[in-house]
Ligand binder design. Structure first.
Ligand SMILES: Cc1cc2nc3c(=O)[nH]c(=O)nc-3n(C[C@H](O)[C@H](O)[C@H](O)COP(=O)(O)O)c2cc1C
Length: 306
C-alpha cells in the first residue's frame, strides 16, 4: 500500500504537506547558486517568499544571526525590497514555479495590511496571502501587532476586505495565550493560521558579555522551539475549525509526522534548510515511509490524531 501525501489548505490542494517558512528559502537565490534545477524539481508543495512591506527596508544592524546550542537567533528586521519591487521584479519569475505562491506581507500599522493585500489582489500569480503580524509596529511603540487581539482582528479584517485571496494569519508565540490571538484572527476573517513565528531570545558574547546581535534581542528558531511550536499547533487546531500550517524546529520527517498529528494540515521547514538546502525533497519521501510503517494510507488518518 502506497500512502498518499496529498493534503489541502481550505480550497488549495497541495501535492504533499511540506512547504517552506517565509524568510528562510529564497528560490531565486537558490536558482542562481545550486547545481540542481530548483524550478524543475521544486521541493516544496507551495512557495512562501520572504515577507515584504509597503516600503523597502534595510533591516537591523549586523550581526543579525547567531547560532545557539539548539537553535538560531535572528534579528533581520524584515529587510526587503518593498512590495512594488516584489510584484514587478520577483513575481513574474516566481510564476514559473510548479507550486502555488503564498505572498507574505507585514505592516507598521493595521492599515498597511489592507494596502498590501489590495496591491496583491490583482496579481494572478499569487494564490494566497500570509499576514506576518509578528513584527514591531509604530502603533504599539515597537511591540508586535500580533500580541494585541484587537489589532490582530483589525489588521485581518482590513486585509479580508482588500482581497478575495486565501488569507493566512501567522501567529507569534510571544503571548500569554496564543489561542486568544488565533480567535481574533478568525474573527477578522482568516481562512487559515500559520503557527508559529520565532520566540523572543538573546545571546551574550562569551568573552565580552555584551549582546551579540546588533539589535540586542532576536527571534529564536530551530530545534529549540519545536516543543513550544507543537503545543501551539495542538492548542490552536483544537480550539478553532480552521486549517493550520505548523512550523518551528521541523528538521526530520518524524517532526513533520508529529506536527500533522498535532493538527497541522501542512508543515513549514525554515532553519533546517540553512544546514541542508536540499532537505525538503527528502522529507516527503521519508514521511511516506513513516506513514506506511504505521499502516496509514492518507493524510486524513494522521492529521489531528494526537
Ligand atoms: C533568518 C530568518 C528569517 C525569517 N524571516 C521571516 C520573514 O520574513 N517572515 C516571516 O513570517 N517569518 C520569518 N522567519 C520565521 C520563520 O518563517 C519561521 O516561522 C520560524 O523560523 C520557525 O520555523 P523554523 O524553526 O523551522 O525556522 C524567519 C526566520 C529566520 C530564521
Amino acid at each position: 500500500m502506497t500512502a498518499s501525501l496529498e493534503t489541502t489548505l481550505g480550497s488549495i490542494p497541495l501535492k504533499h504537506p511540506i512547504i517552506n517558512a517565509s524568510g528562510t528559502f529564497d528560490v531565486l537565490e537558490a536558482d542562481a547558486v545550486l547545481e540542481a534545477d530548483i524550478f524543475e524539481e521544486f521541493p516544496f508543495a507551495a512557495y512562501v517568499p520572504k515577507t515584504v512591506t509597503l516600503q523597502p527596508r534595510t533591516g537591523n544592524e549586523p550581526p543579525r544571526l547567531y547560532e545557539t546550542a539548539a537553535g538560531l537567533l535572528n534579528s533581520i528586521g524584515l529587510a526587503n525590497k518593498g512590495i512594488e519591487n516584489f510584484i514587478a521584479k520577483d513575481l513574474p519569475r516566481l510564476a514559473e514555479l510548479p507550486a502555488p505562491i503564498i505572498a507574505s506581507v507585514a505592516g507598521e500599522n493595521t492599515a498597511d495590511y489592507g494596502r498590501c493585500c489590495k496591491l496583491l489582489d490583482g496579481c494572478d500569480e499569487v494564490t494566497a496571502v500570509e499576514l506576518n503580524i509578528s513584527c514591531p509596529n509604530v502603533e504599539l511603540d515597537g511591540k508586535a501587532l500580533g500580541c494585541d487581539p484587537g489589532r490582530t482582528e483589525k489588521a485581518t479584517a482590513l486585509a479580508r476586505a482588500a482581497t478575495s485571496k486565501y488569507l493566512i494569519v501567522k501567529l507569534t508565540p510571544n503571548v500569554t495565550d496564543i489561542v486568544e490571538l488565533a480567535k481574533a484572527a478568525a474573527a477578522g476573517g482568516a481562512d487559515c493560521l500559520s503557527v508559529i513565528n520565532t520566540v523572543h531570545g538573546m545571546a551574550l558574547h562569551p568573552w565580552t558579555l555584551k549582546p551579540v546581535l546588533g539589535h540586542t534581542t532576536g527571534g529564536l528558531s530551530g530545534p529549540a522551539v519545536k516543543p513550544v511550536a507543537l503545543r501551539a499547533v495542538y492548542m490552536v487546531s483544537r480550539a478553532l475549525d480552521l486549517p493550520v500550517i505548523g512550523m518551528g524546529g521541523v528538521t526530520t520527517a518524524q517532526d513533520v509526522l508529529e506536527f500533522l498529528a498535532a493538527g497541522a494540515s501542512a508543515v513549514a521547514v525554515g532553519t533546517a534548510s540553512f544546514r541542508d538546502p536540499l532537505l525538503a525533497p527528502r522529507l516527503a519521501g521519508e514521511l511516506r515511509d513513516l506513514m506506511e510503517i504505521r499502516g496509514m494510507s492518507s493524510m486524513g488518518e494522521l492529521i489531528g490524531t494526537a
